[in-house]
Design a protein around this ligand. Structure first.
Ligand code: PEP
Ligand code: MN
Length: 340
């Protein structure tokens, strides 16, 4: 349940609520907004939730008590009605500025990452993407450079002053990847890896949580709840396309999910038109559509020579096409009251 107090409530009043919730068996998560303090009591206590809510409602300083019927609580819009902004260094995801994370699908060499990262920086981008641990459907395809790839990302990040987002696939690697990355990415194939979700939840690193390509929005938000429940509120959702009956595109970017998630959750959401389409020619149009639909940012694959890419060449933008897209996106961002 969520207990809503005025932002001016005293510490003693907050304590009065949290002590009662704890005594009933709830775990406490507090969200302090400008106007309200929302105290979330989560877990399934042995007591009657309706009766507990009535007791709390009778306290004079409690403004309202909401019983959340949705299966997720901490990521529900009600927990933070004003929306969350995830801060990574000086970059804010979920604020007025659209954030673009761009780079190659996979880290292949220092030169390849550096050349791409320079373009990201030139276009005003702050976040470099690149996979060092690659989830592959086939065990025979490229699996990534592992720690060597992380080191390349780190070196380029230091040289150009960028931030890095990279995938972590195994709960045992969270500590290692966290040493090099600013944002941890959970890929579509691992959205249901609950041990991994809990492990990144224990770290305070921001997380990009991609939607499973066969997952409903509710299942995706429950995956986010796993991370939030462990104490990490820094979650950025990423719509990366779902599997439909359409074979022309690799996946179908679910534009509906963007406004739907905005209604259901307070978390920021970005879109990945590269995996969502699988075709570089249609990436720009879908990127613009995502921003028009309210996405807080984009994750885009860029490669200096897509024809030589070890992975996802057909969906990677050439540097010149990426730079033109960044220009074109400015007008779309402006049309929906945002900046790039
Ligand atoms: C990627 O970002 O390169 C990637 C593997 O993404 P996804 O998990 O969405 O397929
Ligand atoms: Mn990829």
């Amino acid at each position: 349940m969520l207990v809503i107090l005025n932002a001016k409530a005293s510490e003693k009043e907050v304590k009065e609520v949290t002590s009662r919730l704890e005594a009933w068996g709830y775990k406490i998560h507090i969200s302090k907004g400008v106007e309200k303090i929302v105290i979330g009591g989560v877990g399934v206590p042995e007591v009657n939730e309706l009766e507990c809510a009535d007791v709390l409602r009778s306290l004079p300083f409690v403004e309202d008590v909401l019983i959340i019927v949705k299966p997720y609580h901490l990521v529900a819009r009600e927990f933070r009605p004003e929306g969350s902004v995830v801060k990574v260094d000086d970059v804010e995801i979920g604020g007025p500025k659209i954030v673009v994370m761009a780079g190659p699908c996979s880290v292949e060499s220092y030169e390849q990452v550096l050349e791409t990262a320079k373009a990201v920086k030139q276009a005003g981008g702050r976040i470099l993407r690149g996979g060092a641990f690659k989830p592959s459907t086939s065990p025979y395809s490229f699996q990534g450079l592992g720690e060597e790839g992380l080191k390349i990302l780190y070196q380029v990040k230091k040289e150009l002053g960028l931030l890095v987002v990279t995938e972590v696939m195994d709960p045992r690697d969270v500590e290692l990847v966290s040493q090099y990355a600013d944002i941890l990415q959970i890929g579509t194939r691992n959205m249901h890896n609950f041990r991994l979700l809990s492990e990144v939840g224990k770290s305070q690193k921001p997380v990009v949580l991609k939607r499973g390509f066969g997952a409903t929005i509710e299942e995706w938000l429950l995956a986010a709840e796993y991370i939030a429940k462990e104490g990490n509120p820094n979650i950025i959702l990423c719509e990366r396309g779902i599997r439909t009956f359409e074979p022309f595109t690799r996946f179908t970017l679910d534009i509906n999910a963007i406004p739907a998630v905005k209604e259901l959750s307070h978390l920021p959401i970005i879109a990945d038109p590269s995996h969502g389409t699988g075709r570089w020619k249609i990436v720009p149009a879908v990127a613009k559509a995502a921003i028009a639909a309210g996405a807080d940012g984009l994750l885009i694959e860029v490669h200096p020579h897509p024809e030589q890419a070890l992975k996802d060449g057909p969906q990677s933008l050439r540097i010149e096409n990426f730079l033109s897209l960044m220009e074109e996106l400015k007008a779309v961002a402006q049309a929906v009251g945002r900046t790039l």
